[in-house]
Design a protein around this ligand. Structure first.
Ligand code: CDP
Length: 793
């Protein structure tokens, strides 16, 4: 149990401190409906844009007749791909060095692809006119199943790419194939399992949209958009549109959830920009729910074979995997350039093994561009699912308790920093206490006894464990860049004369509470209360350059930048204080919020006194400029590696096959904790996401490529009814290279919870001889699993 008071930022001595539970500064505006989202932006004379989307998955465009739409009341412009092509704007680069059609010119390659757009005086007129655009399609066979994409004779999707003869996207491998082969050859036990991580959608509450306002007089483009990476987007617009960067301002106001969905640049943003340039008016484009679900960045879609080799007494020797990755019609993944499969290389998990190898083939299919890092650090979700499922399969094969097997194989604390067999350097970790705490909180032994009794009565109860190590905080820039932009973050801090401050971040919050936690980081370092620190983000004209928020990188990268920029300000404050107190710098001691003379605590100046002196009358020490501010760019030396132990308890109704998550225990270790209340909120959200993926969510397609998950009636996301009261705990293993020892946490729960839930369901189904069933474990899938196997209970 954690005894921490919410809404306190004073310790017992009433000195201002930074870290701890503190209500979110942004909540008063969100709770009162005073948030300002893209769709709240209203500009004088603003027009509205609607996009015509392909009704079929694969077809050649024979002709497009826009005359009736142009004549429709209120319509100002109708634009097709052919028109964009005349300006060289029909195609744009993706964040993965592929190209994607802004509007289709030759073919449509997935259902929902952008074909034309209408700009009209209001949203209704624009939508009505879409119906009047007459497109003739010559329908082609689609490729929907990734397993068939490379078959001889499969229809070629990307005939726009020169020299392309099939639907191959890329190959990737990691680890040592021969060494892995050798450990598999001498292992007592080898277990292999096919697993599918289905295509899911991040489905943020707010869909994507933009308001573009191009001023033809000063040549400046202002773009309000739902982006998780405003600075990176600005640079790409500059490169594509040829508008210089200083003439582009990207403003990312309040965002209603991103989860990776708002990292890519979507055709809609580009269309809004083109429309504003063409009409000379501000133009708003806002997706509806179906558009978001059928056309914007998908996640997962990995077909995996996992293999694990071990000794008979449960020592894991090696892990091997073969992956078929479905990237959709355009490779829209946002991952560092050198990592086309993201950070999937961490599939060796939290275990000290001898060898590992992965081979991956990625293919194009007639589905929307996929591969975004949905609440995960670039494919770590898939990797953690793979390893945590096959470890459970091994436990089953060995007849060993899955907790015992994990404890036996963990990387030991003294082995950190630990280099994995695929080359990742885990910065720190102490896994056993985290696992033991989760087991204690769950009452693990008691749960197993209860399960035995229930099994004897024919009841289906399952206990599932997952233990994960994440890798979050991309850079460093020498290894990681997106389209040539290094993954480092800027931060700027200004302390005003009266001792209030403003910190400007390059990352952009989508609801994670950055306005609170970044104020806390700065408060901890310079002793100004968080309430007196304003956090600015999401406006490229007013914040330093950086790569944006995704993959839980805000705290590891920008959080470090905020701490270091505050220390830089504090160093200057110390010199000014030495002048004020007429002692040398070495004779000063820092206590939160003030410098005092060593051995004389009564002789002190507060940070507020120093701020006034920095700006006010009176001399400053020699060589010190006025003002109290600093700017830095932080390039992380490594990723941070948070970990966690999750235990899930499920009951399955044998009559309906309905899974109920009865309990879920989550122990997270994200190093130094800035705001435990916000961390718990992040964990609760991620666990809920995990229940969705494990039990409910899948974007399915029929054989013609029709998307079957185009509304929230069909694509089920969890509500409070489907989730239990979460039981959270924590351990603290600080990152040794992060200035405040913090690791990211935003995505840990989304990454770690699906395997815990699936392991629990499979455990419940053991009496039927079930060893695996693929997500989502809907009643019909669980029913099939029960019936497909021999013994009823
Ligand atoms: O990049 P993103 O903000 O999505 O993820 P994060 O860096 O893991 O942070 C999510 C939220 O949890 C932020 O408000 C962080 O400041 C907070 N957090 C924290 O209080 N302590 C940590 N050790 C890590 C994150």
């Amino acid at each position: 149990t954690v005894h921490e008071r919410v809404d306190t930022f004073h310790d017992n001595d009433q000195k201002p401190v930074g870290y701890g539970r503190m209500l979110r500064k942004e909540d008063p505006r969100f709770l009162r409906g005073r948030g300002r989202y893209v769709d709240d932006v209203q500009l004088p004379g603003m027009l509205h844009l609607a996009i015509l989307r392909a009704p079929v998955a694969h077809a050649r465009i024979v002709s497009i007749d826009t005359s009736a739409a142009e004549a429709s009341p209120g319509v100002r412009a109708v634009v097709t791909g052919a028109m964009l092509a005349q300006q060289g704007l029909a195609w744009m680069p993706t964040l993965s060095n592929d190209v994607q059609a802004v509007l289709a010119t030759d073919k449509v390659r997935f259902q929902g692809q952008e074909v034309a757009f209408v700009v009209a005086e209001d949203r209704y007129a624009a939508r009505d006119a879409l119906e009047l655009i007459d497109v003739e399609y010559d329908v082609l066979d689609p490729v929907i199943d990734a397993r068939r994409a490379l078959e001889p004779g499969a229809p070629l999707i990307r005939d726009d790419l020169e020299g392309k003869a099939n639907n191959h996207c890329f190959d990737w491998e990691t680890g040592d194939e021969a060494a892995t082969e050798a450990v598999f050859a001498r292992a007592d036990v080898v277990v292999s399992q096919d697993l599918v991580y289905p295509r899911v959608h991040p489905a943020p509450m707010e869909t994507c949209g933009a308001v573009a306002d191009f001023d033809a007089v000063d040549g400046k483009l202002r773009l309000w958009s739902t982006t998780q990476a405003p600075h990176a987007h600005r640079t790409l617009y500059a490169i594509v549109a040829g508008i210089p960067e200083h003439k582009i301002q990207v403003i990312s106001p309040d965002i209603g959830g991103g989860f990776g969905n708002k990292v890519p640049i979507y055709p809609g943003y580009v269309c809004a920009i083109v429309a504003s340039i063409v009409t000379g008016k501000p133009v708003k484009w806002m997706e509806d729910r179906s558009e978001n679900l059928i056309s914007t960045g998908f996640a997962r879609d990995y077909i995996m074979r996992g293999e694990i080799a071990a000794t008979r007494d449960g020592r894991i020797l090696g892990i091997r995997t073969n992956v078929l990755a479905d990237h959709g019609a355009f490779n829209g993944t946002a991952a560092p350039v050198k990592y086309p499969a993201g950070f999937f290389g961490v599939f060796t998990g939290s275990y000290d093994i001898e060898a590992a190898y992965c081979r991956m083939t990625a293919v194009y299919t007639n589905k929307a561009p996929g591969g975004v890092a949905y609440a995960c650090s670039f494919r770590i979700t898939e990797a953690v699912y793979l390893v945590e499922r096959i470890v459970d399969c091994l436990a089953d094969e060995l007849g060993m308790d899955p907790a015992e097997l994990r404890l036996k194989n963990f990387i030991k604390p003294e082995q950190f920093p630990y280099t994995t067999k695929t080359g990742w350097v885990y910065d720190s970790g102490n896994y056993e206490p985290t696992m033991r705490l989760a087991m204690d909180m769950a009452g693990y032994a008691e749960l197993r006894r209860e399960q035995e009794e229930k099994r004897a009565r024919g009841e289906l109860m399952g206990i599932g464990i997952a233990f994960f190590t994440e890798a979050v905080g991309a850079g460093p820039r020498k290894n990681m860049d997106i389209l040539g932009l290094g993954m480092a973050d800027g931060c700027e801090l200004r302390v005003h004369p009266t001792g209030k401050a403003v910190v400007r971040l390059s990352v952009q919050s989508q609801g994670q509470g950055h306005e609170t936690t970044f104020a806390q980081i700065v408060a901890e370092e310079i002793g100004i209360p968080p309430a007196d620190i304003e956090v600015l983000h999401g406006d490229t004209d007013n914040t330093p350059f950086g790569l944006g928020t995704y993959g839980s990188r805000s705290t590891p990268v920008s959080g470090a930048a905020a701490a270091l920029v505050a220390r830089k300000v504090r160093d200057k404050a110390r010199i000014i204080a030495s002048g004020m107190l007429e002692v040398s710098v070495a004779d000063l001691e820092w206590e939160k919020g003030a410098f005092h003379v060593k051995g004389d605590p009564g002789t002190s100046v507060t940070i507020q006194d120093i701020a006034m002196r920095a700006h006010g009358a009176g001399d400053l020490p020699e060589g010190i400029e006025g003002g109290l501010e600093a700017q830095i760019c932080y390039n992380p030396s490594n990723l941070t590696y948070p970990h966690g132990a999750y235990i899930c308890v499920v009951d399955i109704d044998p009559g309906t096959a309905q899974v109920k998550v009865r309990r879920f225990i989550a122990v997270d270790d994200c190093g130094t904790r800035i705001n435990p209340m916000i961390i718990e909120g992040q964990v609760h959200g991620g666990l809920t996401d995990g229940v969705g993926m494990a039990l409910m969510e899948m974007i399915a397609f029929d054989e013609d490529g029709n998307c079957l998950g185009a509304s929230l009636m069909d694509y089920l996301i969890p509500t409070s009814l489907e989730v239990p009261d979460w039981e959270t705990g924590f351990t603290v293993t600080p990152s040794p290279h992060h200035p405040i020892g913090a690791k990211g946490v935003g995505e840990s729960a989304t990454v770690g919870s699906p395997p815990a839930i699936v392991n629990a369901v499979v455990d419940a189904l053991k009496p039927f001889g079930v060893r695996h069933a693929d997500m989502p474990l809907t009643p019909s899938r669980v029913w099939d699993a029960m019936r497909g196997q021999a013994r009823p209970p």
